[in-house]
Design a protein around this ligand. Sequence first.
Ligand code: 5GP
Length: 175
Amino acid sequence: MEPGEILLSEEQIQKRVREMAYEIRRDFPDDLHLVAVLKGSFVFLSDLARNLDGRVSLDFMAVSSYGRGTTSGEVRLMKDLDAALDGRHVLIVEDIVDSGLTLARLQEILRARAPRTLRTACLLSKPARRRVPVPVDYVGFEIPDTFVVGYGLDYGDRYRNLRYIAAMRSCPGDL
Ligand code: 5GP
């Protein structure tokens, strides 16, 4: 497998991230606490944060998902947040929503920590793959049901450094 067709160019992504930052700031003009989910969202977080004027703080968490074949949405916290969320305006920053199971569980975990508001920004969404309804307040792009890499997203921990988003395609030698 290797990156094939470019679905979203660097220019398209940068323009949309700027628009998203504008929308988010319009809705939350004061302190905003960004919670990024490692590793996939690190590039999106970095661009989004730099396009947000004013006061921003950020924190990281890492999760691993189990039960992809089920609707259990079992999510294990591999790295928890450093700071408490109570009373804060919290924005979850995610790379991609696929089945929605990971995000739904994450929202549940974070909501239990009593933030003043809890919103979610995702760069990519694959609506055709959704298995559970999950609210996403800011969506960068809706994409078809295809596996993508780049701009933080990996295949076997590679291709995160691509400045664009490409669909993976099989190549000679693949089984
Ligand atoms: P969900 O729980 O929504 O099914 O899974 C979300 C997670 O699956 C994402 O955070 C991401 O890690 C991974 N994922 C889903 N679709 C893709 C994709 O097309 N490319 C990559 N690299 N990861 C994906």
